[in-house]
Write a protein that binds this ligand. Structure first.
Ligand code: FES
Ligand code: FES
Length: 160
């Protein structure tokens, strides 16, 4: 099977990989680049667990071929950490508010919320619910995830 070279900037680092044309971005990140923080649940674009930021926009990496995002900037959950390597604001908020149980869904929530709060720094509770409306969690009942969105917004405002 022929392979294609794909160049990506992943979490600020330039990477080049050779992949088959039909390699999913989610598989490319996990298997070719070793970034297993991106989780794969449904593989059908439904659950949101595989969400990464592509040029800043949240996208489902299970629905994208790696070759289709050649040249893009990708941010995974690993790239949502603080500059000192500690927890980033959304990750810290999930810890503070007990926004996860098994954690399988969490990477997709963290990337989704990171992008949302960048553009909407002062969400209401209704806004927070809307922001996470495309991500599924089968453990938490969502209440603590909503609280995490609001807490993350507080943390980000305090850091400005
Ligand atoms: S694994 Fe991509 S949306 Fe569920
Ligand atoms: S914490 Fe288990 S699926 Fe969300």
């Amino acid at each position: 099977m022929s392979e294609h070279e794909v160049r990506l900037t992943v979490n600020g680092i330039e990477r080049a990989v050779r992949v088959p044309a039909r390699r999913l971005l989610s598989d490319c990140l996990r298997h070719d680049l070793g970034l297993t923080g991106t989780h794969v649940g449904c593989e059908h674009g439904v659950c949101g667990a595989c969400t990464v930021l592509v040029d800043g926009a949240p996208m489902r990496s299970c629905l994208l071929f790696a070759v289709s995002v050649d040249g893009a900037e990708i941010t995974t959950v690993e790239g949502c950490r603080a500059v000192d390597g500690g927890l980033g604001p959304v990750q810290q908020a999930f810890q503070d508010c007990h926004g996860l149980q098994c954690g399988f869904c969490t990477p997709g929530f963290v990337t989704t919320i990171t992008a949302y709060l960048r553009d909407h720094p002062e969400p209401t509770e209704a806004d927070a619910r809307e922001a996470i409306g495309g991500n599924l969690c089968r453990c938490t009942g969502y209440q603590n995830i909503v609280a995490s969105v609001l807490q993350a917004a507080d943390i980000m405002r305090s850091e400005r």
